[in-house]
Design a binder for this molecule. Structure first.
Ligand SMILES: [Zn+2]
Ligand SMILES: [Zn+2]
Length: 342
């Protein structure tokens, strides 16, 4: 970082006590990418991973080390009905602006034989799963339990076991996150045979008036052996735009939808304002990109080619979201805007 920028940062922060840690943070080359327009940074994180505390093949230490070594900035160890505590791990793995473990749990239950799995993020203490008499009421009961613990609920892999449909989710309130992509090989992200894809599910919810954001996750279980039919790490993540790498900042940005989801496409910038949604793709020279701006009913409002797709708000759109498709098969999902509301 240039010295002038550093000086400016110090002046801006002058009113606050500038700790040695913060100085270190400014001076060091962190893993996060600066966001030029906002002064914030993009932090890479995976919100869904298992360890030997449930059905993963590796210890919390090994899993944390994998993500830190692969230049993620934050990680949730979401074991089934088990709270893998992060305080001890963070004394070993956390470092300012480089890596942070955030506490979570995969609250795991079923209804009528259908798996209902809901992740709880920024969780302080274990939440016990609840079974109710339908898929929708089971989701609601666990969302309520997670909210009661002041954590963020997110509906996992809806098409795993063909368990959850948009009709179920339309009946659920206080749920603002779901997995639009999960890297586990058994989760049927694309739908088929008459079942909605997760993109179609998202559009059905947004069209129905739900304010729900889409995340991409690994749901990694297998770190020792790599294979197409195994749930390996590195397949799905989110990039969160925040002022600093801290639990509260990451949480606030996720709640505000200031992030995008990715299965491989990296964006340099996402700007919503001035009557437009503008995306800058961090293009790989060997790869080509198409961006689909999607609105009510899942309708493609515009298809844009190239590395700087843009959609101008026409007026009257219920929502606009974007999906960037790379020729490699990788995608990025930009969170919906709601132009008509304030
Ligand atoms: Zn699950
Ligand atoms: Zn899982």
């Amino acid at each position: 970082m240039k010295r002038t920028t550093m000086k400016k940062a110090i002046i801006v922060r002058g009113a606050l006590a500038l700790t040695a840690a913060a100085l270190f943070l400014i001076a060091t080359r962190g893993g996060a990418t600066p966001d030029a327009s906002s002064g914030k940074k993009w932090y890479k994180g995976n919100l869904h991973t298992h360890t030997v505390h449930s059905d993963g093949d590796s210890t919390p230490n090994e899993v944390a080390a994998w993500y830190k070594d692969h230049r993620y900035q934050f990680l949730v160890l979401s074991d089934h009905n088990y709270l893998t505590e992060t305080a001890g791990l963070n004394t070993v793995f956390a470092s300012p602006e480089k890596f942070l473990l955030i506490q979570g749990e995969e609250v795991t239950t079923s209804s009528g034989g259908k798996p209902v799995h809901i992740n709880a993020y920024h969780l302080g203490s274990l939440v016990n799963p609840v079974q109710a008499d339908s898929v929708a009421s089971t989701i609601q009961a666990n969302v309520n339990g997670i909210r009661g613990a002041r954590a963020l609920p997110s509906l996992n892999h809806p098409n795993f076991g063909w368990a959850v449909t948009s009709k179920d989710l339309m009946q659920v309130s206080n749920l603002n996150l779901f997995e639009v992509y999960n890297g586990h090989p058994m989760v049927n992200n694309r739908g088929g045979g008459g079942a909605e894809s997760l993109d179609e599910m998202w559009d059905a919810l947004l069209t129905g008036g739900k304010r729900i954001h889409g995340i991409a996750v690994d749901d990694a279980h297998n770190f020792k052996v790599i294979g197409k039919n195994l749930s390996n790490p590195g397949r799905g993540w989110i990039m969160v735009r925040a002022a600093r790498l801290a639990d509260a900042d990451i949480r606030a940005a996720i709640e505000a939808g200031d992030f995008y989801a990715s299965s491989g496409v990296i964006l340099k910038d996402v700007q919503a304002g001035g009557g437009a949604l503008r995306i800058e793709i961090q293009a790989d020279s060997a790869t080509r990109y198409s961006t689909f701006f999607i609105g009510e009913g899942g309708k493609v409002l515009k298809r844009a080619e190239g590395n700087n797709p843009e959609y101008r708000i026409q007026g009257g759109e219920k929502y606009v979201r974007a999906k960037v498709q790379a020729s490699t098969g990788d995608d990025a999902w930009v969170q919906p805007l709601f132009p008509g509301s304030r």
